[in-house]
Write a protein that binds this ligand. Structure first.
Ligand SMILES: [Zn+2]
Length: 306
């Protein structure tokens, strides 16, 4: 099993400001944790390319993309949403983040690797088609999914989102698109207060009450995801991998442990092996307690590479 680890130094330079939970330290602690282990030498290391603008506008409106580009060059941080900030290198970071995910799709579709993890920021799953939101500028996983459909003519792309927050931007991009099935678990109520059960039929939303942990999430997956995935029979699995459902995370109140990210990943790996020859691309979303984040990403990548 070969696993690509795709990142870029620019992703660490996006600086939403002192005290912001989506901090520059996040990628640093992840890298330090992995580098100190045997796992690091078993990964295929790739530099993330810059995403092409057509790949971005295949998901986002040209007007929104132009509005972001027009902010640069940028000398002083600027807020583009209640909690989304652009800094001097944010456009470079956002292009590398989306570019990592597109490149990862290319690698797994070419069988160059079995699966891939994109260690990138800013995250993406709250970014809507026409606006930034929730620390996210471009919707990395949505851009990767659309690329898979456009470049490889895929008819069935599964997006799994286990971030503690609902991936409203991804839902916005693909609600009622029969080529996409999105399965998610998230705490409810919690920001962004979306993900209702009355959504589009291709959105398998599983809200979890505050305080819920392994059992609640296992039950939701078993009850709601398994049959939907079996009926859909994905040709590619994409993962919005947020690690903020961890019991130590300061932004939410679910109770997953580091080990739980290992079994969730193992489950997703088996799904990919059963339906699509193991083809899986995972990308970093949230996770704000640095030690728990590094440990949980380690468990995730170890399971992917195992
Ligand atoms: Zn989150």
């Amino acid at each position: 099993m070969t696993t690509a680890y795709i990142s870029h130094a620019d992703c660490a330079l996006h600086n939403p400001g002192l005290g912001h939970p989506e901090s520059m330290a996040r990628l640093k602690v992840i890298r330090q944790k992995l580098e100190a282990s045997d796992l690091w030498s078993r990964l295929v290391h790739c530099e993330a390319p810059e995403v092409s603008w057509p790949a971005v506008t295949a998901v986002h409106t040209p007007a929104y993309v132009e509005s972001i580009k027009a902010r640069f060059p940028l000398k002083r941080n600027i807020d583009i949403d209640g909690d989304t900030t652009l800094s001097e290198f944010s456009l470079d970071a956002a292009r590398r983040a989306a570019g990592a995910c597109v490149h990862a799709v290319d690698l797994v579709m070419a069988h160059a690797v079995n699966n891939a993890f994109c260690a990138v920021r800013p995250p993406g799953h709250h970014a809507c088609v026409d606006k930034a939101m929730g620390f996210c500028v471009f919707n990395n996983v949505a851009i990767a999914a659309q690329h898979a459909m456009d470049a490889y003519r895929l008819e069935r792309v599964l997006i799994v989102d286990f971030d503690v927050h609902h991936g409203n931007g991804t839902e916005h991009a693909f609600a009622n698109n029969p080529k996409v099935l999105m399965c998610s678990i998230f705490q409810s109520p919690l920001y962004p207060f979306s993900g209702g059960l009355d959504g589009a039929s291709n959105m398998v939303n599983c809200p979890i009450q505050p305080g819920g942990g392994r059992e609640a999430i296992k039950q939701a997956i078993q009850k709601h995801w398994v049959d939907a995935i079996d009926q859909f029979k994905p040709q590619l699995v994409l993962v919005s991998a947020g690690f903020d459902a961890h019991e130590s995370d300061p932004l939410a109140d679910l109770q997953l442990t580091t080990e739980d990210y290992g079994w969730i990943t193992g489950f997703l790996k088996r799904v990919a092996e059963e339906y699509c020859d193991g083809k899986l691309v995972s990308t970093l979303e949230g996770g704000y307690e640095l030690e728990a984040l590094a440990d949980s990403v380690y468990a995730h990548v170890e399971a992917l590479a195992g």
